[in-house]
Ligand binder design. Structure first.
Ligand code: AMP
Length: 203
């Protein structure tokens, strides 16, 4: 597991325009934080997981296509995911700042995003990485599964989701680190603690 860097060591994204990505392993609290951050700053939050869940609820063709992947804790194929993100981004003017939440999750998706941004005249300003040690994530995810009876959170599926993240999504962090875009923020502690660290990283 990569070292966690405290907020005080995290340089700020202040003054950097462009869209942002928020990344982090399952259970780190990424969705909650992304929503609050986007609301606070008036950015558009684009959560691929939420869009997929909405399609499943509405029983659309896309929903039927992706349901099994979400239930098994597997990634939806890149081509399906990228097509959906393209359609969403096409509806957002380039002047509106977007917070991408849960995308990209593979290097293939990151490369596709570069191409999309190039076509659309968008610019990537930075990547916020919320991180926490695996033991803390397992404890949180198991606790949430018990509390919410979530079908996608059995112990086996939880372990699988963390493994998939390590194998497929860790390389995305390196992809952006090579471009000096990543700001690491510890996801340990209360929601308020993490919010405060994120605020410091972006303001
Ligand atoms: P999330 O709400 O971000 O945890 O996403 C929930 C689920 O949606 C994931 O476990 C995947 O099955 C699917 N998903 C969300 N974003 C992506 C993505 N970028 N690539 C592939 N699958 C995704």
């Amino acid at each position: 597991m990569t070292d966690i860097v405290s907020a005080s060591e995290t340089s700020s994204l202040r003054g950097i325009g462009g869209d942002l990505i928020i990344m982090g392993p399952p259970g780190v609290g990424k969705g909650t934080q992304a929503k609050a951050l986007a609301q606070e700053h008036g950015w558009v939050q684009l959560s691929t997981g939420e869009v997929f869940r909405d399609h499943i609820r509405r029983q659309t063709d896309l929903g039927r296509r992706v349901k099994g992947y979400l239930e098994r804790g597997e990634y939806v194929p890149d081509d399906v995911t990228v097509r959906m993100v393209r359609a969403k981004l096409e509806d957002i003017p380039p002047s509106t700042r977007v917070l991408l939440d849960g995308f990209p999750r593979t290097v293939e998706q990151a490369k596709a995003l570069d191409r999309l941004f190039g076509e659309m005249g968008r610019h990537l300003g930075g990547v916020l990485l919320l991180d926490a040690p695996r033991e803390a994530l397992v404890a949180r995810l198991n606790g949430r599964a018990l509390a919410e009876h979530r079908a996608d959170d059995t112990p086996e599926i939880i372990a699988n989701r963390l493994d998939v993240y390590e194998e497929q999504t860790r390389p995305v962090i390196s992809y952006y680190e090579d471009r000096g875009l990543v700001k690491r923020v510890s996801g340990l502690g209360s929601v308020a603690d993490v919010s405060a660290r994120l605020r410091e990283a972006v303001e």
